[in-house]
Design a binder for this molecule. Structure first.
Ligand code: XIL
Length: 344
């Protein structure tokens, strides 16, 4: 439903917008369809509060790489055009991800050498294509790419990139992306980096290895699909510290927050809402205070309204309220908490 129910009690009216309160870009996800659809509330809120956008799905491999040497950039182009017209930065997501491989490539019958040539061609064509749109001051609208998403998982090791190109597919993809655009920021993106120290260490080891071998990398995306209680702030802070000590840019790239994992609630109680507010506050202030300004790439939320969230499907729970706005586009306490965190 895209109409705006007006019920909210009490009405929450923030004293400032996110983008004017943060010293770094604040992002959200979009789709080409939604940007051109009839839902004005979405665009109004997006333009008011945010200054960075990521395609939720439209700039993934399965959406763009439609056949051998064949690309469909139309939805990405629509997103970039919107960004250009409305002053947003675009963060590209994601060139290589085991969960978004087009079937024809998954089942590719050519040799491994031919397979690798397809992937190389795709990375280079995509990065080069999206480097074309420039702002009025001459910078690329698409400032950055998640080059590889979620490598440190069993699924990725089982996927075709690893199996057909080899363990160095990672460094090859970063190198190809850099060859296609000398300026775009190149990110490695993954989940659980705030909770799983072993995994975060694998990422820092990868960065060291890249640096030792002159492989380009500019940033680390911590997805930040968190829970209102987990991970604890101490672990989160120490993992953020570990990752920022690489000296790379740090992006909280997919922030959202489950509050009802045990499915005990069937509405967001004021008690749970306050716990979520406090937690969003802590995360905003952690990012602001732990990461040096020159390494602050930004914080991107993975969704606008609670009922837009991918988590409802993913956790198979319609009673989740992970985001800053309720289903009627009303500001939640979570928003106020996050805003407060940005300011201290
Ligand atoms: C999710 C989208 O939100 C869903 O619409 C889609 O069905 C699956 O992908 N980690 C990522 C994101 O890096 O790309 C995922 O997005 C969420 C988990």
């Amino acid at each position: 439903m895209d109409s705006k129910p007006s019920v909210q009690n009490p009405v929450i009216t923030p004293s400032a917008t996110l983008k004017e309160s943060a010293s770094f870009p604040i992002g959200n996800i979009v789709s080409a369809n939604r940007l051109s659809g009839s839902d004005n509330y979405f665009r109004t809120l997006l333009n008011k509060e945010f200054n960075s956008i990521t395609a939720e799905n439209d700039m993934k491999m399965a959406a763009m790489f439609v056949g051998p040497n064949t690309y469909d950039f139309s939805k990405g182009d629509a997103i970039v055009a919107y960004a250009k017209a409305n002053g947003f930065r675009v963060h590209g997501h994601a060139l290589i991800w085991h969960a978004s491989i087009p079937n024809w490539l998954k089942n590719y019958s050519g040799t491994d050498v031919e397979f690798e040539a397809q992937v190389e061609g795709y990375v280079k064509a995509t990065v080069a294509h999206f480097a074309e749109a420039k702002t009025t001051t001459g910078e690329s609208v698409v400032a950055s790419w998640d080059v590889v998403n979620e490598h440190f998982t069993n699924d990725a090791e089982a996927a075709v990139f690893y199996n057909r190109i080899g363990p160095d597919y990672l460094s090859k993809c970063f190198t190809w992306a850099r060859e296609a655009d000398p300026d775009v920021k190149l990110f490695y993106n993954d989940y659980s980096l705030g909770s799983n120290t072993e995994k975060a260490t694998k990422v820092t080891n990868m960065v060291t290895d890249f640096k030792n071998n002159a492989i380009p990398i500019d940033g680390i995306g911590m997805q930040m699909h968190v829970d209102y209680q987990y991970p604890d702030l101490t672990t989160l802070t120490s993992n953020v510290t570990l990752l920022k000590n690489t000296g790379l840019l740090i992006h909280f790239s997919e922030l959202d927050m489950t509050v009802n994992k045990d499915k005990s609630l069937n509405s967001l109680t004021s008690q749970r809402s306050n716990a979520q507010k406090e937690r969003y506050k802590n995360i905003a202030s952690l990012y602001t205070n732990t990461i040096p300004e020159e390494q602050q790439f930004g914080i991107t939320f993975w969704g606008m309204r609670d009922n837009d969230s991918w988590l409802l499907n993913f956790t198979n729970n319609p009673n989740e309220w992970p985001l800053l706005f309720d289903s009627g586009y009303n500001y939640k306490q979570a928003f106020i908490g996050f805003l407060e965190g940005l300011n201290n």
